[in-house]
Design a binder for this molecule. Structure first.
Ligand code: F6R
Length: 245
């Protein structure tokens, strides 16, 4: 896993957006997956800005959701679909058929897994942008997760249930997440893991120095065939040794 450090989160966002734009300009019907959460928000703004300037055309691209809280849909502020819908898909003017997203409210979650697995099996992922949880989770692949799995339903880790209140206006009794699995993530043609801010510095350090283990899911990205890039701002990289910067 290659670490690339930029001065601040805005510069990281510009670099990540440039990667995505390069891919879509080369392959207009590329399949792009962008995590929810706070970290990718500046990347989304950058993509919208560049699309407005006609530097890229997303009208043929596909956008796959990385994960969703089981029980939530787009009417809940803070759900993954609401974050992506309001901050990226709508501003880009995407059509419904371009968006492939887990329905966290589906009665039959197995069917939901099958639907997303079938799409990815057919088209693959050209690019995936991941954030890292405070416990090292990737999507909702929590510590201890099965790593040779396609999309799966995972019990939320205690750290995730503690941190999740930052996304929601009220306390929600969430216990599970539905997420792409590492089998699919590792097979993506381009993998970018992004971390910004001082609060991520410790988990970034742990990820960089730890051998691949399902106990720290972000380290599993070191097993990717095409080397994953770890994009950091100086704050998130602040606990790394000089030589790995
Ligand atoms: C969200 C997701 C999560 C987040 C991670 C970091 O769709 O997949 O794995 O990427 O929890 O969240 P933020 O960016 O809010 O710190």
């Amino acid at each position: 896993m290659k670490t690339i450090t930029f001065k601040d989160s805005q510069k990281v966002a510009k670099a990540v957006a440039a990667e995505i734009i390069k891919i879509v300009n080369q392959k207009p019907n590329a399949v792009i997956c962008i995590a929810g959460g706070d970290t990718p928000l500046p990347v989304m703004q950058e993509l919208i800005h560049e699309a407005d300037l006609k530097k890229v055309d997303f009208s043929k691209a596909y956008f796959v959701g990385l994960d969703e809280w089981v029980g939530l849909g787009k009417e809940t502020k803070g759900s993954c679909i609401q974050t992506l819908q309001d901050n990226l898909y709508e501003p880009l003017g995407l059509r419904e058929e371009q968006i492939i997203f887990f329905d966290g409210k589906a009665n039959d979650l197995e069917k939901e897994l099958d639907r997303i697995n079938a799409f990815i099996a057919k088209k693959g992922l050209d690019f995936i942008l991941l954030g890292i949880g405070m416990n090292g989770h990737i999507g909702f692949n929590e510590p201890g997760v099965t790593i040779d799995s396609e999309a799966q339903v995972v019990a939320l880790d205690e750290v995730t249930t503690r941190v999740m209140s930052k996304y929601f206006d009220e306390q929600l009794p969430l216990t599970e997440g539905i997420t792409l699995g590492f089998k699919q993530i590792l097979a993506a043609k381009n993998i970018v893991l992004m971390a910004t801010g001082l609060k991520k510095a410790e988990i970034v350090k742990q990820t960089v120095k730890t051998k691949p283990t399902n106990q720290l899911p972000a380290t599993v990205l070191k097993l990717a065939e095409k080397e994953a890039d770890f994009y950091l701002d100086e704050a998130a990289a602040s606990l790394l040794e000089e030589e790995s910067l």
